[in-house]
Design a protein around this ligand. Structure first.
Ligand code: MN
Length: 437
């Protein structure tokens, strides 16, 4: 059991320290949770009429820390805790993060330090919300983006506050990613939570499945989304998917098909931004195309940002489609885990999503996916399942420990983690990783 009171007290200290800064540099992670948490901080600074600067990064390493030595005031968001090198920074530093804490020298608002699991009980966006008390809806988007549903513990507390502020509405519906924005075929094609056997990754099978249910794919020129279906079409679709899952996987998998969905009442209706999970897709598209600052503009409702982000979203989907297509055809079962070698084929910016999409639950084994960074190093991404984590799997810990002796850097959460390793140490990594999972 975590100590919520002590955590909230630390959040208050973090707010006081951040609020005392004159013109801090907000360093945030480039993914959905990093963009939303960074935006929450920015939104508070703007609301208070204070100056700030922002920069998104993919990771904090000693080179980055060296380049920050001249900064007098830094706020790390969704970053920092996992990087002991930030201890070397001389200026004022506040860390708002939910990764497993390795850094020690600066003030940190991090749920792990108070007995909460940052991988499932609170994301960085939620942490930033508890520090600054603004933009609860972005807190929910961050949690959804970091795959922390169903929201419980501190996430749940944040959600209840968001509902109380009329910022978020919770309902029960189909939980597949893309309900409001993806054409029907793609909704099924990319389904990964739950994974739909025979449909996920098989475009023709998805089209056939829908036509057998009598669901038209288009209305006029426009592709229909789940949101566009009639109540009876929705019911038909959900019950036949549930039946199929219950038969081919388990009644429990069928149960995961529907669940809590979050409507963001302050965001424009009919857009992706109205739904927490769609919103998170838009932000991931920005971040993964090196346009995290555009994601921040979207979060802060800056004029024209949403339209620009949609263009990136279309591109992001095309890359994902190609990446998942490759992964489906080329994944290898190595006994202890599944391997996708996407080096030179799948971009390092989407390798994590692809790893998650080749849902490990299909075989109940962790997935390990490899890609190549521009620097020539290998970026790898691993994904587990709740069941494996409950049985004791901790991918973040494994990667931290396996990578250090071979000159790599790794870490993350128990269910999802990533690392960068030198190209010529891959064999050693694979041997050691297999031993540990
Ligand atoms: Mn995060």
């Amino acid at each position: 059991m975590g100590d919520a009171k002590a955590f909230l007290q630390r959040c208050g200290e973090a707010k006081a320290a951040a609020g005392a800064m004159g013109d801090p540099l907000i360093m945030h992670h480039y993914d959905c949770d990093g963009i939303t948490s960074g935006s929450i901080v920015a939104s508070w600074f703007e609301g208070s009429g204070k100056k700030y600067r922002m920069k998104a990064v993919r990771k904090v390493d000693s080179e980055l820390v060296d380049s920050l030595q001249a900064e007098k005031e830094i706020i790390f968001v969704d970053l920092g805790s996992g990087s002991p090198s930030v201890d070397e920074l001389k200026g004022d530093v506040v860390i708002i993060d939910h990764h497993q804490p390795m850094a020690k020298s600066h003030l940190q608002a991090n749920p792990h330090l108070f007995g909460f699991d940052g991988g499932s009980e609170l994301s960085a966006a939620g942490c930033a919300y508890f520090v600054f008390g603004v933009s609860a809806d972005l807190g929910v988007v961050g949690a959804v983006g970091d795959i922390q549903c169903p929201l419980r513990s501190l996430n749940k507390r944040m959600l209840e506050e968001a509902v109380g502020q009329n910022a978020v509405e919770v309902s029960t519906d189909l939980r597949l990613f893309g309900r409001n924005s993806r054409p029907m075929t793609q909704l099924l094609l990319y389904a990964d939570e739950p994974y739909l056997p025979g449909l996920t990754g098989h475009e023709e099978a998805c089209a056939k499945f829908l036509s057998e249910l009598g669901i038209e794919l288009k209305k006029g020129e426009k592709w229909r989304t789940y949101h566009d279906l009639s109540a009876s079409e929705k019911k038909k679709l959900v019950s036949s998917l549930a039946e199929m899952l219950s038969m081919k996987i388990s009644p429990e998998a069928a149960g995961r098909l529907t669940g809590e969905v979050f409507t963001l009442l302050n965001r424009q209706e009919g857009t992706e931004l109205r739904d927490a999970s769609e919103f998170s897709t838009v932000l991931n598209a920005c971040g993964r195309n090196s346009r995290a600052e555009l994601g921040v503009d979207v979060c802060l409702s800056r004029l024209g940002a949403y339209e620009k982000a949609l263009v990136l979203l279309a591109e992001h989907r095309r890359n994902l489609r190609e990446g998942i297509g490759f992964a489906m055809k080329n994944s290898q079962d190595l006994g202890k885990f599944m391997l996708i070698d996407g080096r030179g084929v799948i971009s390092d910016s989407i390798i994590g999503v692809v790893a998650g999409m080749l849902f490990p639950g299909a075989r109940n084994k962790p997935v390990l996916a490899l890609s190549l960074e521009e620097s020539g190093k290998i970026k790898l991404s691993t994904r587990g399942t709740r069941k494996l984590v409950n049985d004791g799997l901790n991918l973040g810990k494994i990667l931290t420990e396996v990578c250090a002796p071979i000159g790599g850097v790794g870490g993350g959460h128990n269910i999802a983690a990533g690392a960068t390793i030198p190209n010529d140490r891959l064999d050693e990594f694979l041997l050691e990783f297999a031993k540990r999972v």
